[in-house]
Design a protein. Structure first.
Length: 140
């Protein structure tokens, strides 16, 4: 088994919905540009296609992925499930959701440090200054 990954995985614990006949809310373990890992109540088969919903503010990001692995973990019976995003749109939406959550965390931290609410424009400016270099190559 090859454990080498193409993308860095970020610890990311956030509720998501797995859409099946009966949709189930679960939580992510980590996420990368290539996919995510979830803690789930049932086993999936490698190759199975799943639809994932990530709720964020007033928007729901819908992603499509393919199960890479499903490993039984602990008791009660749970499974650690690795899901690879099937298309560039799903990769992009997952990255956008992750960035929005990071910006919200930054806003909370800045507000706590300032001992007052910090507006979204100030937080966005701080985020851009801190992270602009990571995205510069997209505009060359």
């Amino acid at each position: 088994m090859n454990n080498r990954r193409s993308f860095y995985r970020h610890p990311y614990h956030y509720p998501i919905k797995i859409c099946e006949e009966k949709s189930v809310v679960t939580q992510t373990v980590d996420v990368s540009l290539g996919g995510l890992c979830i803690d789930y109540e049932k086993n999936f088969l490698p190759g199975q296609i799943v639809t994932i919903e990530i709720p964020l503010n007033d928007h729901v990001f819908k992603l499509t992925g393919e199960v890479c692995y499903s490993v039984k973990k602990g008791n009660p019976e749970r499974f650690r499930v690795g899901i690879a995003f099937k298309d560039k749109a799903s990769q992009f939406m997952a990255k956008m959701a992750e960035e929005i959550l990071c910006i919200q965390k930054l806003q909370k931290r800045m507000s706590e440090e300032a001992n007052k609410p910090v507006d979204e424009t100030t937080v966005a400016d701080a985020w851009i200054k801190k992270n602009a270099e990571r995205f510069a190559h997209f505009f060359e």
